[in-house]
Design a protein around this ligand. Structure first.
Ligand SMILES: [Zn+2]
Length: 277
């Protein structure tokens, strides 16, 4: 397991807490030297007049905002879903209320459950987007929810907005698993965009299918070129850097040869030449 940041491990979670002086004197935040954006917030204006109910309300707002975001990335077959489910399970064991969302694009294991490569199954919400989750889950049920897991996060275009709202505003713990890069090692979806929002980032590795070394990349075995091509071991394999580079070079060489043959066959001049010779 390779940590790409020195942030805390998601496997030994620690609740994020604000500095103690923040709680000791909330007045310094609200009643004096208030930043302009706080003064402009209509729902916070009344807090300039100190009384016990407004202080209590402020403290509730502070507590609501103490969500967390943990991100698990890596190539295919690195155990990202297993790590996500393990973390979700430990949150459940601590008595926290959990829900798991996955993209409805991935139907490989059925839509109402999430399954790891080792067969562990958990019920989940298959959705086309994340921002509809609150409504579909039910506002009241959502309010009681502590932890939200998101699998195959690269498929959700509204990942950034959802995470901002759920962690910053609603105080949820979000655990995200997804591919950081596609088969061309380019950014995949919005997964990298949420790194600046995250409390922790973990990059997992797989085993290179060709040599057994640590594998950080996903190699596509087929010649299809669209970025979103759902598949498993039939279409992809994890590879080390050396085999990724060698494999891409081989694929490129094959493509050039095939294209030159195609041009050769499609050219009427070449066909005529061929016939006359
Ligand atoms: Zn290798």
């Amino acid at each position: 397991m390779l940590f790409i940041s020195n942030m805390k491990s998601i496997f030994s979670p620690k609740l994020t807490t604000l500095p103690s002086q923040f709680f000791k004197s909330p007045q310094t935040l609200i009643f004096s030297n208030s930043p302009k954006f706080l003064q402009n917030k209509p729902n916070l204006l009344h807090l300039r007049r100190p009384n016990s109910s407004s202080v209590k309300s402020t403290m509730e707002t502070v507590r609501m905002a103490s969500g967390e975001i943990h991100v698990i990335v890596g190539p295919m077959f690195a155990g990202k879903t297993t790590a996500l489910l393990s973390r979700i399970q430990s949150e459940r064991d601590r008595g926290r209320s959990v829900a798991v969302i996955k993209s409805d694009k991935d139907t490989r294991y059925g839509l109402d459950s999430i399954v790891t490569h080792d067969g562990v199954k958990l019920p989940c919400w298959p959705l086309p987007d994340l921002l509809s989750f609150k409504h579909k889950f039910g506002i009241e049920a959502y309010r009681k929810l502590d932890v939200i897991g998101i699998d195959e996060a690269q498929f959700f275009e509204d990942l950034y907005d959802f995470c901002c709202e759920a962690a910053d505003q609603d105080g949820k713990t979000i655990i995200i698993a997804g591919l950081d890069g596609d088969y061309l090692r380019r950014r995949f979806g919005s997964v990298l965009d949420i790194i600046p929002l995250a409390d922790s980032v973990t990059k997992l590795t797989a085993r290179c299918e060709l040599c057994g070394k640590r594998a950080s990349f996903t190699f596509r075995k087929t010649d299809e070129t669209k970025a979103e091509l759902i598949g498993g071991a039939d279409k992809y394999m994890p590879v080390c850097r050396q085999h990724y580079v060698n494999g891409q070079a081989a694929v490129e060489a094959t493509r050039i040869v095939l294209e030159s043959r195609k041009v050769h066959c499609e050219s009427p001049y070449l066909e005529a030449t061929s016939v006359s010779s």
